[in-house]
Write a protein that binds this ligand. Structure first.
Ligand code: ZN
Length: 323
């Protein structure tokens, strides 16, 4: 404290009382300031101080993880992950398919602890362009997107070449369609003529396809080659199968121009949905032609992290879909 020639005792008294109250409050409120080596510069240092001894047993899901055989150390590591979802604690504890805690959480968040089509979640909110439709997430029975629009250009329909669809028209959801047009336009400027060979497919169409094959060859066969009704991304109106410059759609990755398609897709909000090296996660074989609209923000994140849509969702702080 600064010494002054003229001392005002009343001010000092106020100051001393103030200091005593402040110090008292600090000790009473925190109780562990002895450990604090930082200088106490102002009272806001108190509120920003974190309790150094976190009681792990109070973390949501602790008992479930403990009962599942995890040590306190493992629980500490797991529960401090940003994508730890407490409601899945039991499933984390039971999962044996990963080597690390981090992998365990991500895998379970992606439902890899369940068999395909086991306990599928029904997706009820289609306002989010990143919505997940896969072997653990199904669109409701009879789902039809409300904002489907007919593809007026860049579509390949019957008669153009053999890999084109034998349909009168194709549709995508409005936002996805506009983005698709922009992407095709940019491609065209590079002499890459992108054409859609499949877009929206109805629930009934998928049901017919799956039921027909399941009836003839059994469910195992049908599941291997066809998505179940409500679980084909094409039902969402956000997926498009493409070819370019008249190549066979299932070998477009072999031709010049495909590199540009791959590296530019995210700028228009699209991702390659089933990459070759991610089959364990997507549970689909490699499809070089199948692109999915997720919106520009998510597409950029997915592209830059080399993620799939499953990894994107599994890395979020909170679970988006309800189980
Ligand atoms: Zn497709």
């Amino acid at each position: 404290m600064k010494k002054r020639r003229k001392v005002r005792y009343d001010r000092i008294a106020v100051l001393v009382i103030g200091c005593v109250l402040l110090i008292g409050a600090i000790f009473a409120g925190v109780g562990c300031m002895k450990d604090d080596k930082r200088t106490k510069t102002s009272d806001h240092s108190v509120s920003s101080e974190k309790d150094p001894v976190k009681d792990i047993t109070q973390v949501e899901g602790y008992q479930v993880l403990k009962d599942g055989g995890l040590s306190d150390e493992q629980i500490g590591e797991m529960t401090s992950l940003s994508n730890y979802w407490p409601q899945r604690a039991q499933r984390y504890a039971a999962y044996q398919g990963a080597d690390t805690i981090e992998q365990t959480v991500l895998h379970v968040n992606m439902d890899l602890d369940m068999e395909p089509y086991e306990n599928s979640v029904t997706v009820t909110d289609d306002s989010d362009m990143t919505l997940l439709v896969n072997k653990s997430h199904a669109l409701p029975e009879g789902y039809i997107p409300a904002d489907l629009k007919v593809m007026e250009q860049y579509a390949c329909i019957a008669g153009e070449d053999y890999s084109c669809q034998d349909v009168a028209y194709m549709e995508l959801r409005s936002e996805a369609l506009n983005a698709y047009y922009q992407w095709c336009q940019a491609a065209q400027e590079r002499e890459i003529q992108i054409r859609a060979i499949a877009a929206y497919r109805s629930y009934d169409y998928q049901a017919g396809l799956w039921n027909y094959n399941a009836g003839l060859y059994g469910t195992e066969y049908a599941d291997q080659y066809y998505a179940r009704p409500g679980q084909s991304e094409h039902n969402s109106g956000l997926a498009v199968d493409i070819t370019f410059n008249g190549h066979n759609f299932n070998e477009i990755e072999l031709y010049d121009g495909y590199e540009w398609i791959l590296s530019s897709a995210h700028e228009y909000g699209f991702i390659l949905r089933y990459p070759e090296e991610k089959q364990d996660i997507t549970r689909y074989g490699y499809e070089s032609w199948h692109f999915r609209y997720v919106g520009k923000d998510a597409a950029k994140i997915i592209y830059e992290n080399n993620w799939t849509l499953e990894e994107y969702h599994g890395s979020q702080k909170e679970e988006k879909t309800q189980n």
